[in-house]
Design a protein around this ligand. Structure first.
Ligand code: SF4
Length: 186
C-alpha cells in the first residue's frame, strides 16, 4: 500500500469497507475518494449516490481511525453521454459492463496521475454483484495506460462487515447497479 492513493468510489455502501480495510493496513496513508460514475441513470439517482458518499465522508469519524487522512472529491461533472455513447455500441452484458468498468477506471487512473498520486483502486472490487475479474482486468489496463499502479484487493472478503457498516450508519443503499440497461438484465 503506497502512502497516498485514489479510491474510485462507485457508491457509499461499497466504499465503506475498502476505506476501513486500506487504513487498517496503513493508518497514516492519505486517501482521496473520487466519485466518477457517468453510468448512473437517472440524474436524480446520480445525485442521491453522490450525496450519500458525502454523507459517508462526513461520518468517517464513526467508522475510521481518529486522524484518518481521507479526503473526498465529488466535483466531477455528471456527463452520462460519456457512458451512453460506448454503451450503444455494446448494449449487452458482459461486454457492456467491461466497458463500464474500463471507462471509470481509466478516468480514475488519469485523475490519480494528474494529482501526482502513485496508485489507485476502486470500490467496485467490494461488490459481489460485479464481475470481479473484469474489474481487476480493467484496473490493470487503465493503470498501464496512464503510468500509475492499480492496487488490487479482493474487498469482497469484507462484504458482511461492509454491509453492517452501511446499515449502521444509515447510508443510502441503492437497489440496482446503476445504468438504464441494468433494470432489464441485471
Ligand atoms: S449493469 Fe452496472 S456495471 Fe454493467 S454497464 Fe450497467 S452500471 Fe455498468
Amino acid at each position: 500500500m503506497p502512502d497516498a492513493l485514489l479510491l474510485h468510489a462507485c457508491c457509499a455502501p461499497c466504499a465503506a469497507y475498502p476505506l476501513r480495510a486500506l487504513l487498517a493496513g496503513s493508518p497514516a496513508a492519505r486517501i482521496l475518494v473520487w466519485f466518477y460514475n457517468p453510468n448512473i441513470h437517472p440524474a436524480a439517482e446520480y445525485r442521491r449516490r453522490r450525496d450519500a458518499l458525502a454523507y459517508l465522508h462526513a461520518r468517517r469519524g464513526d467508522f475510521l481511525p481518529a486522524g484518518a487522512r481521507v479526503e473526498l472529491d465529488v466535483s466531477a461533472p455528471y456527463r452520462p453521454e460519456e457512458f451512453l455513447g460506448p454503451a450503444a455500441l455494446c448494449p449487452r452484458r458482459p461486454v457492456r459492463c467491461a466497458m463500464c468498468y474500463r471507462l471509470r477506471l481509466t478516468a480514475a487512473a488519469r485523475r490519480a496521475r494528474e494529482l501526482g498520486l502513485p496508485a489507485f483502486t476502486s470500490s467496485l472490487l467490494y461488490s459481489r454483484r460485479q464481475d470481479h475479474a473484469s474489474v481487476a482486468a480493467g484496473g490493470e489496463a487503465a493503470a498501464a495506460g496512464e503510468g500509475v499502479s492499480f492496487l488490487y484487493r479482493d474487498f469482497r472478503a469484507g462484504w458482511k462487515e461492509g454491509r453492517e457498516l452501511s446499515l449502521g450508519l444509515d447510508v443510502y443503499r441503492q437497489s440496482y447497479c446503476g445504468c438504464l440497461y441494468g433494470e432489464t438484465d441485471n
